[in-house]
Design a protein around this ligand. Structure first.
Ligand SMILES: *[C@@H]1O[C@H](CO)[C@@H](O)[C@H](O)[C@H]1NC(C)=O
Ligand SMILES: *[C@@H]1O[C@H](CO)[C@@H](O)[C@H](O)[C@H]1NC(C)=O
Ligand SMILES: *[C@@H]1O[C@H](CO)[C@@H](O)[C@H](O)[C@H]1NC(C)=O
Length: 538
């Protein structure tokens, strides 16, 4: 800065102060406006792009503190591009003295976790003789210092791994799940964090489930839970989960939750690939993606588009980050397209690379964890990069209609970008080219120009030009393959060039429906041809 004139210097310093200030303001009080979470003061959209961090297991401290200093973990989360943490806790940590009074060292001794104890002693020595509650507060403080927003999630009652139908933590009235004790726990947490600007939301209860689940109790108790939190701490958003492991909020089509609270209620849902194996995904990738996306729409996405819409927080989704589970790999590509389209808030499962103690095993890996087993860095940096489209705000809170579309290739997580020479390639979604709204069977036109995308036959590189004769239509059940006819009337689909993972070419359409003479089970993976036009207006 040495060469700048003093006035320029002053402006730069003021700008710097302003930017610092606006960064801190990100964890200002939040509220809701229609289907968006907004800054209560400015009305501008704040998008929660979170990582889950488990702190609800037997040790009752956030995982990883035995491997790395808390300051390192918090800074890694921020560095990886998350702006928020969904930190999980267990009711008994706040309602039963035999849990809440436990010092960390004693909580670990209870399960003979000598290695974890020495690890915390080495990496976070200040925590060893603190109570589990004080450690949670210190962790929240450290997240706040890194400008990370915190969602405190009541995950279970009895500290331990979640979830099973019969684990006593599934629904009101289960062995460990007394409704009044749950309200007491919510009261204690809401009160403890009152005035703490890092804590922007509390979720009432994770994954309700099991034989006892029913909508009558859901309406009654969720309203009571919401009111309890709101009375103690009127600033925080209140996040409300559905039934059947938080996979179903469809009953809200019949009747809204009567909480009496305005502009603070957000719904949450979980979407995993569990239960559908790689054999099914391999054979019918397009159809399964269509089915799963429709299910998500029917069960929870509808909340963002219904007459009185709500924000929706996809508070858990994730994959085996080693990349070895083909069902997970195909599901996540499908999910990225669907979630990018509606631009909801989300939280990835999970940041933790390992658990101190999970289901009886000490120091076990979390294969769905962003961090590796030793917490030195991400297990799979490419996966974190693929989330770019979800991390950015595509739709603002104040403009209703999409002003333009960006073209996402969900398998790579990149977006289509036009070079100066009219070539078409995949690049970071932050710098994606803008397209006009596409009518099925019409040209694909760049916004604000006369240029259209041209089909290039079998294996040719696509380009844009003012020849707009290529008419693009969706050709598979997933609605994600775009094809146009060449001069001979034959259809070719957009595809990522598999050799450079960058140029966009056209090739024979893979695994499409009968209309194009293909088959319903397919040996290829059509996801290399998936492109999603994502609406945007910011
Ligand atoms: C077009 O430009 C891009 C960069 O914008 C470059 O990567 C590419 O090689 C160029 N292609 C041709 C055919 O010149
Ligand atoms: C696909 O990528 C390979 C490797 O970079 C390159 O040689 C080839 O020209 C590309 N195909 C097209 C049609 O651009
Ligand atoms: C436009 O492209 C089509 C298909 O590639 C081609 O048949 C036609 O001749 C082109 N028109 C002009 C004016 O270049």
């Amino acid at each position: 800065m040495a060469g700048f004139k003093p006035a320029t210097k002053a402006i730069i310093i003021l700008l710097f102060i302003f930017l610092q200030f606006s960064a801190i303001c990100e964890s200002a009080t939040l509220s809701t406006s229609s289907r968006w979470i907004v800054n209560q003061g400015t009305g501008n959209r704040v998008k929660l792009t979170c990582a889950n961090w488990a702190g609800h297991l037997q040790a009752m401290v956030p995982e990883g503190l035995e491997k790395k200093p808390v300051s390192y973990i918090a800074s890694q989360i921020a560095k990886l591009g998350f702006n928020c943490v969904r930190l999980t806790w267990a009711t008994f940590m706040f309602t039963r003295p035999e849990y809440s009074n436990l010092k960390v060292s004693a909580a670990l001794d209870k399960y003979n976790l000598a290695a974890a104890k020495s690890g915390i002693g080495k990496n976070n020595p200040q925590f060893l003789e603190m109570s589990v509650i004080d450690v949670q507060k210190a962790v929240v403080g450290e997240l706040g210092k890194n400008n990370l927003m915190v969602v405190l999630d009541n995950h279970v009652s009895l500290p331990g791994w979640c979830c099973g139908d019969d684990d006593g933590n599934g629904f009101f009235g289960d062995a460990n799940f007394d409704t009044n004790e749950w309200l007491q726990g919510l009261t204690a947490v809401a009160r403890s964090y009152k005035g703490n600007p890092a804590v922007v939301a509390m979720s009432l209860r994770n994954e309700l489930r099991g034989n006892r689940q029913n909508t009558n109790d859901w309406y009654k108790n969720m309203a009571a839970g919401a009111q309890t939190v709101h009375t103690q701490n009127p600033d925080v958003l209140i996040i409300v989960s559905g039934l059947s492991y938080d996979s179903d909020l469809s009953f809200l089509k019949q009747q809204d939750l009567q909480s009496g609270i305005n502009n603070k209620i957000v719904y949450e849902a979980h979407w995993y690939a569990f239960g559908t194996g790689p054999d099914k995904w391999d054979a019918r990738t397009n159809q399964l993606c269509a089915d799963f996306t429709k299910n998500a729409r029917d069960k929870y996405f509808f909340l963002t588009t219904k007459e009185n819409p709500y924000p929706l927080f996809l508070s858990e989704f994730g994959i085996d980050q080693r990349g070895t589970n083909e069902a997970d790999n195909r599901y996540i590509t499908c999910l990225l397209a669907a979630v990018a389209e509606i631009d909801i808030d989300w939280s990835l499962w999970a940041i933790q690379g390992s658990y101190i103690l999970r289901e009886g095993n000490a120091d076990v890996e979390e294969t769905y964890g962003v961090m590796n087993f030793n917490w030195d860095g991400p297990k799979n940096p490419a996966f974190v990069d693929r989330l770019q489209i979800l991390k950015q705000v595509n739709q603002g809170a104040n403009s209703k209609n999409p002003g333009y579309y960006i073209m996402l290739h969900p398998q790579s997580g990149k977006c289509v970008q036009i070079g100066n020479n009219n070539s078409v390639r995949l690049a970071d979604c932050k710098t994606a080219s803008r397209w006009d709204q596409h009518q099925d069977g019409g040209p694909l036109k760049l916004s604000g120009s006369s240029l259209c995308l041209a089909v290039a036959g079998d294996g040719g590189a696509t380009s844009v030009s003012d020849n707009c004769t290529s008419k693009w239509k969706y050709v598979s059940s997933s609605g994600l393959q775009l094809a146009a006819q060449d001069g001979m009337g034959k259809y070719f689909c957009l595809e990522m060039n598999g050799s450079d993972h960058s140029t966009v070419i056209t090739k024979k359409c893979l695994c499409v429906g009968d209309d194009l003479g293909d088959f319903s089970t397919c040996a290829d993976n059509p996801q290399v041809q998936w492109f999603k036009l994502v609406p945007a207006n910011v």
